[in-house]
Design a protein around this ligand. Structure first.
Ligand code: IVH
Length: 668
C-alpha cells in the first residue's frame, strides 16, 4: 500500500522532471503543455493526500517558501571573480600575447569562446545531486542567499541527472540569470498597465526579479539561466574548461549552445564577429563574448589578479549609439573637487536604457569636439559606463547654439578653481566645499568601501546641508535624534542606519583605506598597502622611499599617500574615526590564502612547469616572499635543470632544496 503510493509519487516526479528538462533545458518538449499540467495536478493531488511523502526535489516544491525578511549572506567557497575587458582587436591580441609570454609558449593557445550574457551572476550548490543553496555574486566574496528564488526557475534542475554514474557530494556551479528580450517586453507591458514602474532593460528586470524577498513574485517572472563555470566540485578534476562544461551538460544543467573551442586568437576574432552579426537574432541580450584559456593547468599557471583571472577576458561589442539634442550643460563637483561638465539631453533609448545625461569630461574635450548647447550629437553607451558624446552633427546646426565655458568659480561653494599642471580638469580647492564633502562621504559609505547600507545620496545631502556631518568621521557620532529629525526618516529606518553604521566599524582595513578616497588609491592598491604595512599607523608614517619599495606602488601613488597623511585635517579625521570606534586593524584578506606566509623562496636553474616570474608571483600571492639571491634568510630553493651557484650556496647554508614538483605540491 505505502510502497505503491511511494512508487507512484516517484514515477510522477521522474516523469515531470524529465519533461521539465526537455522543455526548459533542451527546448525540445515531448508532450503537450496540457499533458504536462495533467501530470502535475495528479502529483499535486497525491501529495496533498500524503504530505509526509513530499520530497525537496518534487516539481511541486519550486514555489511555496514563505517571504523572507531579508537575505542572509553567503560566503562563496571560492571567490566569484569578475572579468577584465577588451574593447577591440588590439586589446584581445594583447591578451593573447600576454598569455603566451606568461606561459612561455609560442604556439596557438586553445580558447573556449562563450557569449557574455547580460544578466546577474549566481552560484548554485548541489549536494549529492540535490539542489541545496544558491547565492548572488555580491562583492565576489560574499553574496545573498537566493535559494528559494532560484528554485522557482524552471530550467534549474532540483535533482541532477545521474545516468552517467555517481554524483559528486558537492557541486558548485556558476551561471547567469537572464530574462529573454521578448519576456522582458511583455513584463514591462503588463507593469505599465498596472501603473507599476518599468524596468530599464532585461538585466535590471532579471536582477530585480531575482532579488525579491517573496519567492512567489520571482516565480511569476520569466527567468532563465545558463551555466558557464564550476566552483568547487568534490572528487573531480577537469583537464579543460570545455570538459567541465560538458560534464555540467550531462547532468542536466543548461549550457549556452553558442560555446565553441577556438584554437588561436584569429579564430577568437572570427567568433566575435560571427556572434556580433547574429546578436539581434538571439532571444537574450549579450554585450560581448568571453574568452577563456581552455586547459586547466594553463589556467592554474596564469592564476588570478585581485579581482579577475589572467586566463579569461571579456571581449566587448562596440557600444550602442543614438542621436539626440543637448538642452543644457551643467557642472558637477566631484569628490576631489573636479568640475565636470555634464550635458543634459532630450531622453533617448540607447542599448535599451533611457539616457538623458552624458559626461563631457572637461573643457579640453568640449573644445576638441566643439560641443555647444543646442547641438545635435551622437551619444554612445558601453555596458554600464556613463554615456558619452561621440561627435557633434554639425550639419544640423541652426546658428542658435551657444558655446560653453566652465566657470572660474566653483558653482557650489563659489571658491576659486585651479587647473593643476599636467591635468585637464579644473578643480575647486576648497576642502570644505559641500559638494566635495558629500561625494567623499558617499564614497566612504559605498558598497566596496565601508558599505553602510541606507546611508545614500539623499540622506547624505540632508546631513551635510544641515551641518550635522562635515567629514566621514562624523558618521560615527550620529545619534538616533540626529536622524529622526530629518525628512522622511522613520524611527525604524533610523535604527537600521545606526545598525549599518555599527557593523561598518569592523570593516577590513583595506576597505577603510579605499574609503578614505586618497587619490590614486583604488581597491587593489589598498589591499597591497594592507599587505605591506598591516596597520594604518604604519602606513600613515611610511616614507616615500618605503612606499616606492613596494611592488606596484609608483611615485604618483606614493606622493599622494604621503601628502594625504601629512595633512593636519586628514590626521584629525583619522583620530576621530578611531575615537568613533572604527577598527584600524588588518583583517585577513579573504580572497587569498596565505600558506606561504613568512617563507622566503629563491628559484634557480631552468624551470619547466612555469617561468621564474610566475613562480615568484605564486609565492607572493600566497603570502610568501620571493628573493633573487640565497642568504641565511632563505627557506626554500626551488631548483630546475642545471642549477648553478645558488643551489651550491643553499647546500652550504643547509637550506632545503626542492624540485618544481615538490613546490607545486606544497602550494596545492
Ligand atoms: S565567467 C572567472 N562567463 O560577466 C570568470 N562570466 O565580468 C568569471 N558573464 O560576473 C565569469 N557571461 O556575471 C563568465 N560566459 C560567461 C559570462 C560571464 C556573462 C558575467 C558574469 C560575471 C561578469 C564578469
Amino acid at each position: 500500500m505505502k510502497e505503491d503510493i511511494l512508487a507512484e509519487l516517484k514515477h510522477l516526479r521522474e516523469q515531470l522532471n524529465h519533461h521539465n528538462y526537455r522543455y526548459y533545458v533542451l527546448d525540445d518538449p515531448e508532450i503537450s503543455d496540457a499533458e504536462y499540467d495533467r501530470l502535475y495536478r495528479e502529483l499535486s493531488a497525491l501529495e496533498q493526500k500524503f504530505p509526509e511523502f513530499i520530497t525537496p526535489d518534487s516539481p511541486t516544491q519550486r514555489v511555496g517558501a514563505a517571504p523572507a525578511k531579508a537575505f542572509n549572506t553567503v560566503t562563496h567557497t571560492l571567490p566569484m571573480l569578475s572579468l577584465d575587458n577588451s574593447l577591440n582587436e588590439e586589446d584581445i591580441r594583447a591578451f593573447d600575447d600576454r598569455t603566451k609570454k606568461f606561459l612561455n609558449n609560442t604556439s596557438d593557445i586553445e580558447y573556449v569562446c562563450e557569449v557574455k550574457l547580460d544578466g546577474l551572476a549566481v552560484e548554485l550548490v548541489f549536494e549529492n545531486g540535490l539542489f541545496s543553496t544558491a547565492s548572488t555574486r555580491g562583492d565576489g566574496v560574499t553574496g545573498e542567499d537566493v535559494t528559494n528564488n532560484i528554485r522557482t526557475i524552471k530550467s534549474v534542475p532540483l535533482k541532477l541527472l545521474d545516468s552517467n554514474g555517481p554524483l559528486p557530494a558537492r557541486l558548485e556551479v556558476r551561471g547567469e540569470v537572464i530574462m529573454e528580450k521578448a519576456n522582458f517586453i511583455k513584463l514591462n507591458e503588463s507593469r505599465d498597465k498596472k501603473g507599476e514602474p518599468q524596468f530599464a532593460n532585461p538585466r535590471n528586470a532579471a536582477a530585480g526579479s531575482l532579488r525579491q524577498l517573496d519567492p512567489a513574485i520571482t516565480a511569476s517572472r520569466p527567468l532563465d539561466i545558463f551555466f558557464y563555470a564550476t566552483g568547487r566540485v568534490s572528487g573531480i578534476t577537469f583537464f579543460s574548461h570545455m570538459e567541465s562544461l560538458l560534464y555540467l551538460k550531462k547532468m542536466g544543467l543548461k549550457i549556452n549552445p553558442l560555446t565553441e573551442i577556438c584554437a588561436g586568437i584569429n579564430k577568437v576574432i572570427q567568433y566575435h564577429q560571427k556572434v556580433l552579426d547574429n546578436r539581434e537574432s538571439l532571444a537574450y541580450e549579450i554585450d560581448g563574448i568571453v574568452v577563456k584559456v581552455n586547459q586547466t593547468d594553463y589556467q592554474q599557471r596564469l592564476g588570478v589578479r585581485s579581482r579577475s583571472p589572467r586566463w579569461a577576458i571579456a571581449y566587448k561589442f562596440p557600444a550602442s549609439r543614438e542621436t539626440t539634442q543637448i538642452t543644457d550643460i551643467k557642472v558637477q563637483v566631484g569628490r576631489t573637487g573636479t568640475l565636470t561638465p555634464v550635458a543634459e539631453m532630450i531622453p533617448v533609448i540607447v542599448g535599451g536604457v533611457t539616457v538623458s545625461r552624458a559626461t563631457l569630461h572637461n573643457q579640453d574635450e568640449i573644445d576638441r569636439k566643439d560641443i555647444r548647447v543646442g547641438d545635435w550629437v551622437v551619444i554612445q553607451r558601453a555596458g554600464d559606463v556613463i554615456p558619452e558624446v561621440v561627435e557633434v552633427i554639425t550639419s544640423k546646426r541652426t546658428g542658435n547654439e551657444t558655446k560653453f565655458i566652465l566657470p572660474e568659480k566653483c558653482p557650489v561653494c563659489n571658491s576659486h578653481t585651479v587647473r593643476l599642471e599636467g591635468e585637464s580638469a579644473k578643480r575647486c580647492i576648497n576642502l570644505a566645499c559641500p559638494a566635495q564633502i558629500k561625494e567623499r562621504i558617499k564614497h566612504f559609505a559605498s558598497k566596496n568601501a565601508m558599505d553602510i547600507d541606507g546611508l545614500g545620496e539623499k540622506l547624505i545631502n540632508q546631513l551635510v546641508d544641515k551641518n550635522i556631518i562635515r567629514d566621514v568621521s562624523d558618521i560615527y557620532f550620529l545619534s538616533k535624534e540626529h536622524l529622526s529629525n530629518l525628512e522622511r526618516i522613520a524611527d525604524k529606518s533610523a535604527e537600521n542606519i545606526l545598525t549599518a553604521i555599527q557593523s561598518s566599524r569592523n570593516r577590513s582595513l583595506d576597505r577603510l583605506i579605499f574609503g578614505l578616497g586618497i587619490r590614486f588609491v583604488g581597491e587593489h592598491i589598498a589591499r597591497i598597502l594592507v599587505k605591506a604595512f598591516g596597520t594604518l599607523e604604519r602606513l600613515a608614517t611610511a616614507t616615500t622611499d618605503e612606499l616606492l619599495a613596494i611592488h606596484e606602488i609608483g611615485p604618483q601613488v606614493a606622493d599622494s599617500l604621503v601628502d594625504f597623511f601629512a595633512n593636519r585635517e586628514n590626521r584629525g579625521i583619522l583620530n576621530r574615526l578611531e575615537k568613533g570606534g572604527v577598527t584600524f586593524r588588518s583583517a585577513e584578506l579573504k580572497t587569498v590564502s596565505k600558506i606561504l606566509e613568512g617563507k622566503t623562496f629563491v628559484f634557480t636553474g631552468a624551470l619547466k612547469k612555469f617561468t621564474r616570474s610566475e613562480g615568484e608571483r605564486m609565492v607572493e600571492d600566497l603570502g610568501g616572499r620571493a628573493a633573487s639571491s640565497v642568504s641565511k634568510n632563505t627557506d626554500f630553493v626551488v631548483v630546475g635543470d642545471s642549477p648553478g651557484s645558488k643551489a651550491q650556496k643553499a647546500k652550504e647554508l643547509g637550506i632545503k632544496l626542492i624540485s618544481e614538483a615538490e613546490f607545486m605540491e606544497m602550494i596545492n
